[in-house]
Design a protein around this ligand. Structure first.
Ligand code: C2E
Ligand code: MG
Ligand code: MG
Length: 758
């Protein structure tokens, strides 16, 4: 910017100086011309004939005077003739003075009368001259006297003319000197003008050179590959980026014939542009640069100088888009892959599935396996997220290990994976593959120093048997997976129409459940618990009952899990708690003071919402917390165990009792028994069923009774249906029993009646 301003200033000053010099030069040329003309005049004047004529007249006068006196007396005739001749010459010389056109001679001008006088005086001598006789002395004296007067005048005139000429010569000399000076000045002005002009041109030239250098430097430093070609396809210029990207010779801008080491399309593009005279549309090109890296370029060629002859300059511009392409690829990868495992995500899987379905031939099958990893949340919660991540990575690796090259494994999210297997020949092959997946994940995982068993469930759907669209197949494999999980996990389920019917049924059930909650269409039945020792009723368990308008009685084991999954369990528990605590208060008021146990779903403890619900119910019904018992299954320790423990402690502080339900069939770790004290441990019906006969069930019941007593907890046997079981349980030291043998779940009024009757 500053240089440009300086340039402008310089150019302006230069132009002003040039203008002044030119004016001066023109002026001096004018003056010189004028002076030169004057000089010419002066010189002409100084060489005028009048001086010569007057001098000649004077000479002739003197010759006449001499002729008057000098002659051969012997030959008087010749003497007279010579005098007459001289007289005539004198007269003609004097007349010449009047005939000159020299107007500029001031002196002659002023003396014109005198000249005429002299002429007249000389003419007046004519008779005397004609009569001249050397012997006539008087005559001669008269002539001489007259001539003497003319002589005086003529001398004066001659003197005047000589002075005038001398003046003219002096003036001419001075004028000449001035002319020299003026011409010198002229020359100087000219030289200054020319010098300035040269300086300006030089400066302009320098600027042009600098501008070209700057431009070249700029082009050289551009992060865009710029290559210029001449009309014959010869290389004119290649900037730094072009030299690197196209591996053109390094060091300076190469000129001359095109370097054959560069990519061939570069030259071909230039030739094509030259031939067509039109720009080539940008095209993506790949090159290996001077450092051996693969680069992506967007290259365009265009004619930049077209003359009558044709296209004389073509420029090719290549923009390095490698970084952008890599970023695009990264973004695409991120959009289609799971960040943790690097596996394809659901979107990518759908794409691959689509491709596999399109490529499928009439006889082959495409399998979609949905896979769920059990215990993922437990691992995350108990061993930390690092261990959870490690479990997923290890699982992904194991699954990958049993797949064929054309199969695609994806992580759908959380602990769910999916596999697409194209080109299967039959259903059996798909089942075998699903079994291999389960088996791959059956072996224990070593995570954070712990051994974890994470059985996987797999649901499989096949194209074309179960659908032809990717979404449908994935959804149906998901239904099969739900079914597999429903069946207890660790197994394989192939999709079937019944499953779909089951799903539809389940969805209907969910809707009905929602409606039932709104109308409070539930009831609680209470099943009594008896002390084995003396048969005294020690309490009762509240069990929810739902009479469906069409289905009739729906068992809680059918609808409670649905309520849990549909997010309805909160409202369901609120209903149960209000009913149970209300009944407890009523029994207390009736003097029965019967402890009531309520089943609390494990999902409540994960969300921590159960305490407010209990407080709300107790507050509303004024129930006595010490007559309330919470029954939880081991499942609470699978999810958010710390939350659950904190909740239990709070319940205990409130005065409530805790029972561990369905003991022995859930979580295999006994660690939580160390952390948490239970008032009662309820033996699962499965063990009770076999307790009458010697065998594992009996051994387990025996061990559980000892364990519970060791932890100061009572043992309650569930599902006692026979006397034999009752006897066996008494023998093993069981504390309480609950079962159809002694009392079925009953509506509260009936239980009250039964208790009153007892
Ligand atoms: P649970 O807590 O283990 O309840 C005992 C279940 O055993 C009850 O089934 C009961 O009717 C049944 N039962 C009792 N004695 C016998 C017997 O001698 N033989 C047989 N075969 N069964 C017997 P129910 O009422 O169908 O409940 C099933 C499960 O549903 C319950 O198991 C409990 O886990 C859940 N449940 C029931 N009511 C509720 C509730 O209000 N809230 C929650 N969250 N779960 C509930
Ligand atoms: Mg129970
Ligand atoms: Mg139970």
């Amino acid at each position: 910017m500053r240089a440009a301003a300086q340039d402008k200033e310089f150019a302006r000053t230069g132009l002003v100086a040039l203008a002044v010099a030119t004016v001066l030069f023109s002026l001096s040329v004018g003056v010189a011309l004028y002076r030169a003309k004057e000089q010419l005049q002066l010189e002409t004047m100084s060489q005028r004939v009048s001086v010569w004529f007057s001098s000649q007249a004077l000479v002739e006068l003197h010759r006449l005077q001499s002729a008057l006196h000098l002659g051969d007396p012997e030959r008087p005739r010749d003497w007279r003739e010579r005098v007459q001749e001289r007289h005539e010459i004198l007269l003609s010389r004097l007349k010449l003075l009047t005939e000159t056109n020299e107007e500029t001679s001031d002196a002659l001008h002023r003396q014109a009368d005198r000249v005429h006088e002299m002429i007249r005086a000389v003419e007046a001598l004519d008779p005397d001259i004609a009569a001249f006789d050397p012997a006539d002395r008087a005559l001669a004296a008269r002539i001489a006297a007259a001539l003497g007067r003319v002589d005086d005048d003529l001398v004066r005139l001659n003197l005047l003319l000589h002075h005038e000429r001398a003046d003219l010569l002096t003036r001419a000399r001075e004028n000449g000197q001035q002319l020299t000076v003026i011409l010198g000045l002229c020359l100087l002005g000219l030289m200054v003008s020319v010098g300035l002009l040269i300086a300006l041109l030089r400066r302009g030239e320098q600027r042009a050179v600098q501008a070209e250098e700057t431009l070249r430097g700029l082009v050289d430093a551009l992060p865009v590959a710029v290559v210029a070609f001449d009309g014959a396809g010869g290389l004119l210029l290649a900037n730094g980026a072009a030299r690197d990207l196209y591996k053109l010779d390094g060091g300076g801008a190469p000129r001359g014939p095109f370097d054959g080491g560069a990519p061939s399309w570069l030259h071909a593009d230039a030739v094509a542009t030259q031939a067509s005279g039109r720009p080539l549309p940008p095209e993506e090109r790949e090159v290996v640069d001077a450092d051996g890296r693969r680069r992506s370029l967007v290259v365009a060629a265009a004619p930049v100088l077209t003359t009558r002859v044709g296209v004389e300059r073509v420029v090719s511009v290549g923009l390095d888009v490698t970084d952008r392409r890599e970023a695009d690829a990264r973004i695409r990868h991120m959009a289609l892959h799971d960040a943790l495992t690097g596996l394809p995500n659901r979107r990518f899987l759908i794409e691959r599935l689509k491709e596999a379905l399109e490529a499928r031939d009439a006889r082959s099958l495409v399998a979609v396996h949905c896979l769920n990893l059990a215990r993922f949340r437990t691992v995350n919660d108990s061993l930390g997220h690092g261990a959870g991540d490690a479990l997923l990575l290890e699982a992904a690796a194991r699954i990958g290990g049993v797949l064929r090259p054309g199969d695609t494994l994806a992580r759908l999210g959380g602990d769910e994976f999916a596999v697409v297997q194209p080109g299967l020949v039959g259903k059996a092959e798909a089942e075998a593959a699903a079994a291999r997946l389960v088996q791959a994940l059956a072996a224990p995982f070593r995570l954070a120093g712990c051994t974890v068993h994470s059985a996987a469930s797999v649901g499989t759907a096949l194209a074309p048997l179960h659908g032809l669209g990717p979404e449908t197949l994935l959804q149906r494999a998901g239904i099969a997976l739900d079914r597999a999980k429903e069946k207890g996990g660790g197994g394989v389920e192939m999709f079937s129409a019944e499953q779909e019917a089951w799903l539809v049924d389940r969805q209907r059930l969910e809707e009905d459940l929602r409606a039932a909650l709104a109308t409070r269409a539930f009831a609680l039945h209470y099943q009594p618990k008896f002390r084995l020792r003396d048969g005294v009723v020690t309490g009762c368990e509240a069990l929810i009952r739902w009479r469906h308008p069409e289905r009739g009685w729906v068992p809680p084991s059918d609808f409670v899990p649905v309520a849990e999954e549909a997010g309805l369990i909160h409202d369901l528990t609120r209903f149960v708690l209000h009913e149970a605590t209300g009944q407890s208060t009523r029994w207390s008021a009736a003097g029965l003071a019967l402890p009531v146990a309520v089943n609390l779903s494990a999902t409540h403890f994960a969300t921590g919402q159960v305490l407010p619900l209990i407080r709300e119910a107790i507050g509303a019904t004024r129930a006595d917390p010490s007559l309330l018992e919470a029954e939880v299954t081991e499942g609470v320790f699978l999810e958010e165990a710390e939350n659950a423990i904190a909740c239990f402690e709070e319940l205990r502080r409130m005065g409530m009792r805790l029972a561990l339900d369905d003991f022995g069939i859930g979580y295999s770790s006994l660690g939580y028994l160390r952390d948490l004290r239970f008032d009662a441990i309820k033996l699962d019906r499965g063990f009770v069923a076999g307790v009458a006969e010697p065998g594992p069930s009996r051994e387990i019941v025996d061990a559980v009774v000892r364990l519970a007593h060791g932890l100061s907890a009572r043992v309650v046997a569930e599902g006692v249906e026979t006397e034999a079981q009752l006897v066996a349980l008494r023998d093993l030291g069981c504390d309480d029993v609950q079962g159809f043998l002694l009392g079925r779940p009953l509506p509260p009024a009936e239980l009250t009646e039964m208790l009153r009757a007892a």
